[in-house]
Each structure stands twice: as structure tokens, then as C-alpha cells.
Design a protein around this ligand. Structure first.
Ligand code: PMT
Length: 307
């Protein structure tokens, strides 16, 4: 496994802005006088696998980023500092109640030809700006972005290694949909693949599962939550259980594609807890009770680690 991992990182194209990301991470993580601040890394959105070095075509992984964005808001509310590692262009914290095309739909010209917020969106825009700015100004939200599987895993490693000093106060909440197969950089063609050459045969290698090394080597004291997504409900809990044991996660959140916004099951060593959206509340989401539950488990973990 270590060899696979090494060869993955060795073959990955160098991360752009590595030094800038590293500096941002150090400042964010050290921005704490108390040494008691809880920091969670929330990963969100799908990673891509490029097929060409000058990439025109790629394989994508499904994830809108809603789960990660919503969870980030609830973690901030619960007092966490959040490193939001997200797929470029996916859903953002504090923007969930805005329309997709927010910039064009929320604003209009006033009589004096100034730009103003449309009345219908006024509350949502105010809330989004206020809460987002407050989180950034208080130093509790750092956003880092990825597109490819290479960028995702390199940045995740940097976060884990930088957060190691936080011990049990660090949490990893791995909601991103991560590619299982990839084309190694050195065997990838440089230029756009030509369709005139006929049908395309590509050999994809398996992306080494990073959960093991993340948990055991990069940040061994941190609290780990991974996700299990399936489309077949019959195998979901069994697969979540397997992941829990194999990667020694503290909890695995099991979700089925079609019902993922209504219900998830938190699988731990001792129990399986079903968490639902509160249907009696308009605009409620499943992330609210989910984060409440996980924050409680993290508190117990910190307490147990200190005794
Ligand atoms: O973004 P939304 O539209 O709101 O949807 C949310 C979600 C369905 C994407 C999310 O809840 C979810 O389930 N995310 C994980 C999806 C996924 O990749 O599942 P998986 O079964 O393929 O992988 C399981 C775990 O292994 C993941 O935590 C992943 O980070 C990890 N993994 C995967 C591949 C790999 N090579 N290495 C890994 O460590």
C-alpha cells in the first residue's frame, strides 16, 4: 500500500501554489491562543480524473457539494474552525438559499442606475453576506479548492500533516466523492485525444485508498468521519461497516443516492443511528441533526483522549 501511495504522489503533477496553501494553512491552524480550538476539515464535491495532460476531457464523480457546504455552516455555528476543501464550482457555505445564478437573479438596477438587491432576495442575500463575512473575519473559515484527484489528495495530505499538532481536537469529515480510478500523469497523453483515431481504450489504475494512511500516519490522533455512498440500499450498511473496521474510522455516514437529503445512518463500533431531516420544519436539512450528533461524539473522544 505504501508503495502504491508513493507512486501516486510521485507521478502527480506538482501542486500549483503549494507554498501559498501551506502558509494559509499554518496561519489558520495556529490562529488560536487557547490551544483548545477544534478544527474540522470538511471535504466537499467530486474529484475529476483528467484523460489528457492539457485537459479537455475528464472523468467526473457525482457530488453537488451541498452536504459539505451545509455541514460547514453547522460546524461554524457549533464553534469549530473549518477548513473547507471543495471542488471548484460546487456548492458554497452560506449560499444554499440563493438561486444558482445568484449574481444575475438577485440584483437589479435602481432608478438611479445603481445596483440594488431585489426585494424577494433581500433577506437571503443579507444573511449570506453577514454570516460568510463573519466567519472569515473571525478566522473560522478557510476555503481551499481542488478540481483533480491529484490536487485533492495533495492538499488533503498537507492539511492532515499541518493539523497533526492539534491532536484529538482535529476532525476530518470526508464528504467529497473521491475517484477510485485514475490515469497516471506520466502515461497520460499530452494533447487532446483525437476522435479520428477510432474507439478509445484507456487503462485506469486504482487510486490507493487514502483513508488508511490518513488515519494511521498523517493525523493519527484526529477524529475521523468518512462517508459511504451506494445506490443499492441492500449493501449500504454492510459496506459502511466494512469501511469502519478496515480504515478504523470513528464513524461512517452511510447514505443512499436518492434519499441522501432525507436520511443518513451513522455507523459506529457500537451502534447504527438513523438521522432524519425534520420534515415538520420548512427548509430543514439532515446536516443539522447530523452535525449535532457528531460534535457530541467528538467531545466524548476529546475527553477520553485526555484521560
Ligand atoms: O454533495 P452532495 O450532492 O450533497 O452529496 C453528498 C455525497 C453523497 C457525495 C456524500 O454524502 C458522500 O457520500 N460522499 C462520499 C462519496 C464517496 O466517494 O463514497 P465512496 O464509497 O466511493 O468512498 C468512501 C470513502 O472513501 C469516502 O469518504 C472517500 O473520501 C474515501 N476514498 C475514496 C476513494 C479513494 N481512492 N480514497 C478514499 O479515501
Amino acid at each position: 500500500m505504501d508503495l502504491e501511495m508513493e507512486s501516486f504522489f510521485e507521478s502527480a503533477p506538482p501542486l500549483k501554489e503549494r507554498d501559498i496553501i501551506s502558509e494559509k494553512l499554518k496561519q489558520f491552524i495556529q490562529n488560536d491562543d487557547t490551544n483548545r480550538r477544534r478544527v474540522v476539515c470538511v471535504t466537499s464535491g467530486g474529484t475529476t480524473v483528467p484523460l489528457e495532460q492539457r485537459c479537455v476531457r475528464y472523468i467526473d464523480n457525482f457530488s453537488s457539494g451541498y452536504r459539505g457546504a451545509a455541514s460547514t455552516e453547522y460546524f461554524v455555528k457549533a464553534g469549530y474552525a473549518v477548513i473547507f476543501l471543495y471542488r471548484r464550482g460546487s456548492c458554497q457555505p452560506y449560499c444554499r438559499s440563493l438561486p444558482d445564478n445568484a449574481f444575475l437573479e438577485c440584483f437589479e438596477f435602481s432608478h438611479e442606475s445603481n445596483i440594488q438587491v431585489r426585494e424577494t432576495y433581500s433577506e437571503a442575500v443579507k444573511r449570506a453576506i453577514r454570516d460568510h463575512h463573519a466567519a472569515v473575519e473571525r478566522g473560522v473559515l478557510l476555503k481551499l479548492t481542488f478540481t483533480t484527484i491529484f490536487e485533492y489528495l495533495q492538499i488533503l495530505q498537507m492539511i492532515a500533516v499541518t493539523a497533526r499538532g492539534l491532536g484529538p481536537h482535529a476532525m476530518f469529515y470526508l464528504a467529497a466523492a473521491v475517484s477510485d480510478f485514475y490515469v497516471p500523469w506520466e502515461s497520460m497523453v499530452e494533447h487532446k485525444i483525437q476522435s479520428a483515431s477510432g474507439p478509445l481504450d484507456i487503462r485506469l489504475l486504482q487510486v490507493p485508498k487514502m483513508l488508511s494512511v490518513l488515519r494511521k500516519k498523517w493525523a493519527p490522533m484526529a477524529f475521523f468521519i468518512s462517508f459511504k455512498l451506494e445506490t443499492d440500499i441492500k449493501i449500504l450498511l454492510e459496506k459502511a461497516d466494512m469501511a469502519l473496521k478496515k480504515y478504523e474510522m470513528h464513524a461512517v455516514v452511510a447514505n443512499e443516492l436518492l434519499t441522501r437529503k432525507e436520511e443518513v445512518v451513522v455507523v459506529t463500533d457500537n451502534e447504527k443511528i438513523s438521522v432524519h431531516r425534520d420534515k415538520s420544519q420548512a427548509g430543514s436539512d439532515v446536516e443539522n441533526p447530523l452535525i449535532e450528533l457528531l460534535v457530541g461524539s467528538h467531545s466524548t473522544y476529546i475527553k477520553d483522549s485526555n484521560t
